[in-house]
Design a protein around this ligand. Sequence first.
Ligand code: G1P
Length: 287
Amino acid sequence: MTDLRKVVFPVAGMGTRFLPATKATPKEMLPILDKPLIQYGVEEALSAGMKDVIMVTGRGKRAIEDHFDISVELEANLRSAGKGDLYEQVSQVARMANIAYIRQKEPKGLGHAVLCARDWVGDECFGVSLADELMVSEKSALSQLRDLHEKTGASVVGLVRVPADKVSRYGIVAAHDEDGLLRIDRLVEKPAIADAPSDMALMGRYIFTPRLFDYLEKQTPGSLSEIQLTDAMDGLAKEEPMYGVILDGARFDAGNPVGFLQANIALGLNHPDYAEALKQFIRTLPI
Ligand code: G1P
């Protein structure tokens, strides 16, 4: 295993697709069943062997820090009420990872948010994970990326194929086969349908070499007048190898209401405590 320990979660985004729910609650704290999205993301990173987490936060995101903090009062209450299972769950969340927080002071885009983590990452390879993309798979998405990173030592990005009419919502890659690997040639952020180089979309899971930061540093604003991660990646991919992995598993865009509902239903139907009741309810619906 290479020493890939660090993972960056950019969590400063405004969550406009989920207003008004996200007016006072970070979108990363929206629950899928009984856990907030960000917890799924952190658990996935830990299961991929990453140990150090940095959250790049912004205004109104304190609930994320509180979620991963020790709540002495709550833990004492659960214990004295004899709620051992809940106590275990709550205390485990606060102790699961070594988490640091830095603040992105202005909403200048995803690329800028990642750049804010530069000093903390230093001269090491690192992961980036977007918590509103929920991936459910036997082998976690970041582990799938990590396998290829360990083979190649290169930057690796997670991809899913999307229908042609959806390409303009994502970062889209052009790639070619290189000895059985998918070598990325070019990346375009949210292209018009006619300009999309393929149907392979970036899905919020990345492993980068630290060279990415040099490209982020000089990146000028792109789509939506923001510093785009995808644009800096395009520069990096032209200088050093970058590979793509078509991710195995189910993917939910839980940062929008339909994807969020789908995630809750799909995970609910797989949950031993909720599956039966949920199935019975769904059977009663006039669909
Ligand atoms: C971001 C990235 C985009 C990627 C997407 C995945 O876009 O910029 O390249 O495809 O996440 O969800 P956003 O959803 O922040 O607009």
